[in-house]
Design a protein around this ligand. Sequence first.
Ligand code: UD1
Ligand code: UDP
Length: 388
Amino acid sequence: MKRIKVMTVFGTRPEAIKMAPLVKLMKESGYIETTVCVTAQHREMLDQVLELFGIVPDYDLDIMRERQTLTGVTVRALEGLERVLDSVKPDALLVHGDTTTTFAGSLAGFYRHVRVGHVEAGLRTFDRYSPYPEEINRRLAGVLSDMHFAPTAGAKDNLMRENVPEKSIVVTGNTVIDALVQAVDSGYRFTQPPLKDMDFSSKRIILLTCHRRENIGGPMEEIFNAVRDITESYKDVEVVYPVHRNPAVLDTARSILEGKERIHLIEPLNYLPFANLMGRCFMVMTDSGGIQEEAPSLGKPVLVLREVTERPEAVQAGTVRLAGVKRANVVKAASELLEDEKLYNDMAHAVNPYGDGRASQRIVDALLYFFGINEKPPEDFCHVSGGV
Ligand code: UD1
Ligand code: UDP
């Protein structure tokens, strides 16, 4: 039987969460010989996910450095990937999303004449510097890729406007929802403080995450001051912030939020407790990409701490609002949700514009089609209303 040799490359926490269900299905497919190469652009935050999903990488480039630069990550990833590609000689290389690993992976594949498949292709803000450098990373990955796995019809439209051939695009849904449906469980019990003692019924828990490069510095100070204002005004509000390990983020978070009443700065959470915390909190405030996709499926209102988003579908569905990064605007957006029950209830309905839990299967089927094993491509993912 003909088997396709597929090498998957990822390096950060969100890429690992979103690639894990796909790696598992490829291994089970019988038609695909799977190799996993991690750049380890993230170390601890990547390892948490690898352990949870039981993925043991075949190659680990171990490139992370403290306060690494974009150039440093790119150069170390490219050099390492060249060696691995020369040894594995895959038929296809899969990258995910918009990190520097994504860009370096797709470029390394192109240099070695390997067919590149881009998972989560076609997201755009049309603002080169927001998110930075992700908007450019994903555009570059798009140019370098031969197969485009677009999560939504809107992402496919973006690619077609850039003259990507339609026959190379499949709308798959986002694999993040495949991972989420496996992780969230109404009977889940938190084991770590402060979550294990948290009163989710009489307190309103806001889950906060904030890490984007373009927010570091002034915008992050504005956001964190807004969070302080909110907890000072609403005594039944508690904020849980699993702080990203980037020292630049940690420094600002500590200087403004550490030791403040009802604000809990904690270590990055493993995916299981994090996903279940999302499921139980009152609302989410975040500048993350992936969390904008997950929280709507769980019926949680999301305030996005950015000026633009590449994920308009949940904004259109009414569960996500752009709060911006100015202290007054963030306070206003949060206060509205905390005070206006109707607004809250209108936003707190489950929608799943990003997936139905079967994105990885569609990607596997599409790969088999692109390599001539399946006769037809899979049916495109179509957004239906309701949560997963
Ligand atoms: C990266 C991605 C971003 C993604 C984010 C997910 C790029 C340019 N950025 O941003 O798109 O949203 O990951 O979280 O690809 N660190 C650790 N341990 C870890 C991870 C990070 O100590 O496990 C620290 C290191 O000092 C590192 C710094 O965080 O130098 C920044 O990591 P980096 O991957 O460059 O940027 P992120 O902000 O994490
Ligand atoms: N996440 C996690 N633990 C945390 C914070 C986030 O497991 O403490 C998960 C979250 O559920 C989502 C992903 O990490 O799947 C998002 O990662 P991040 O916000 O770092 O990156 P982005 O999505 O912005 O690229």
